[in-house]
Design a protein around this ligand. Structure first.
Ligand SMILES: Cc1ncc(COP(=O)(O)O)c(C=O)c1O
Length: 440
């Protein structure tokens, strides 16, 4: 077969969540990475202020993870995920439930955050059904929530451009109001004081639909992709109370917050609120091999373990659930986190991080700064009539100055690898200072 492929032709790849035409006129290509830095195709070093896409929590090119993948590829490349097993998936599952919050003792593997969300939503619906409570079919999400891009996720999610093109979505979904309140909470360090009453929105929806129709509520403990929205003090506790009171499952989407991002291993460790189902991905394998994991309480798992033993208990799963390479990468990632204390390192650095970020207050166009653990956000005043443009210019300028940031709307979101050092924080913030000062 004579196939001619034009190398370096950028046309064929329709890039995800990217301004394709802008990118292809002036591409930004990474060809290497080590610890805190990327290397670009023209040989420049770029400080990673975003842990890739919130996923490379242990930094890049970590030896244990690289070796584990190489070894696993040569030993067992693939094993069928259905009706067969391989030891690494079981070992990874056992090690994970040993560090997840108490009660979340069973885990299903997926290949991404989006798939983890679908798995969690389906599990919640099926759980009520196997318990004989099949009238609970409603799912409650939140405005501005991000739960990936599949149909369940965009239905419970609340980011308008992610939803508006796709018809009716899932039926039986409703949304809590979001918790962003610049007027009362701007420049708060960590959790905002005002807004606990927004959790009572769940009571409003219960009043409208009746609790007997509601299966689950899904929220990000800290909303990431919408631009880092922190829950008001007491908000998650109140949601937990209302869910308990009304027999509704609480799902935390921890795709971003899981694995040390808050300065604690998971959101329940930070907030003291344990969900019934916990959705993870990203930091699970340090972003190196795609994988997600959904943790459920034993009572949910056990409710399915009924009927004749030769029958499949839950008709759900993926060809690559618990894939050997991903399991090996995950085990080595956990070992790296534990060897280096990374799941709590954010707590040691968070006050330095916080002070550094808040030093940007007063620069042109900055209207809010938010932080928790090793997450930060700088909200900019949008250019009138051209939303997102100002932050996108900041992204391009920061890249030219050697720092990778992420922007969503007119918000700069920061989430560096958890191995970051104070001097890297200084470089990141000093660069941002220059970027912000130069913005139109
Ligand atoms: C909270 C949350 N849920 C789900 C997802 C989707 O994950 P993925 O892109 O791996 O499908 C993301 C991705 O950023 C996320 O932040």
């Amino acid at each position: 077969m004579n196939v001619s492929i034009k190398t370096n032709n950028l046309d064929a790849f329709w890039m995800p969540f990217t301004a394709n035409r802008q990118f292809k006129k002036n591409p930004r290509m990474f060809v290497g990475a080590d610890r805190m830095h990327y290397t670009t195709s023209d040989g420049c070093k770029v400080l990673d202020g975003t842990a890739g896409l919130w996923c490379v929590n242990a930094g890049h090119n970590r030896p244990k993870i690289v070796e584990a993948i190489q070894k696993q590829a040569a030993e067992l490349d693939y094993a069928p995920a259905f009706q067969m097993g391989h030891p690494k998936a079981f070992e990874f599952a056992s090690r994970l439930v040993a560090i997840t919050p108490p009660g979340l003792d069973h885990v299903m593997f997926t290949n991404s955050g989006s798939e983890s969300v679908e798995t969690a939503l389906k599990t919640a619906l099926a759980y009520h059904r196997v318990k004989g409570d099949g009238s609970r079919f409603r799912l409650i999400g939140r405005e501005r929530g991000y739960h990936g891009v599949n149909f369940g996720g965009i239905s419970v999610g609340g980011i308008v451009p992610n939803r508006k093109m796709f018809g009716t979505l899932l039926t039986g979904v409703d949304h809590l109001r979001h918790t962003h309140d610049l007027e009362r909470n701007a420049y708060t360090r960590e959790m905002p004081e005002h807004g606990v009453e927004l959790a009572d929105d769940l009571e409003r929806l219960i009043g409208l639909h009746d609790a007997s129709t509601i299966a689950a509520v899904i929220v990000e403990p800290v909303a990431g992709s919408t631009g880092v929205l922190l829950p008001p003090k007491g908000y998650l506790q109140r949601l937990r109370q209302l869910c308990d009171q009304h027999g509704i499952l609480l799902i935390f989407d921890e795709v971003i917050t899981g694995f040390g991002r808050l300065g604690a291993p998971f959101a329940p460790d930070y907030f003291g609120v344990v969900p019934d189902i916990m959705v993870t991905a990203k930091g699970l394998t340090n972003g190196v091999i795609p994988m997600g994991a959904v943790f459920v309480k034993s009572e949910i798992h056990d409710a399915f373990m009924n009927g004749p033993e030769h029958l499949i208990e839950f008709f759900h799963g993926y060809t690559y659930s618990g894939n050997p390479m991903a399991s090996a990468a995950g085990l080595a990632t956990l070992e790296t986190y534990q060897d280096e204390g990374l799941l709590t390192r954010g707590a040691e650095l968070s006050s330095y991080w916080e002070d550094a970020l808040h030093s940007l207050k007063g620069l042109p166009h900055v209207i809010d700064i938010r932080n928790v653990g090793l997450i930060g956000a700088i909200e900019l005043e949008p250019i009138a009539g051209e939303p997102t443009k100002r932050a996108f210019s900041a992204f391009l300028d920061a890249y030219d100055k050697g720092v990778l940031i992420r922007t969503t709307g007119d918000i700069i979101a920061l989430s560096p690898p958890l191995i970051i050092e104070k001097q890297d924080i200084d470089v990141l913030v000093d660069t941002l200072k220059g970027v912000l000062k130069a913005l139109d």
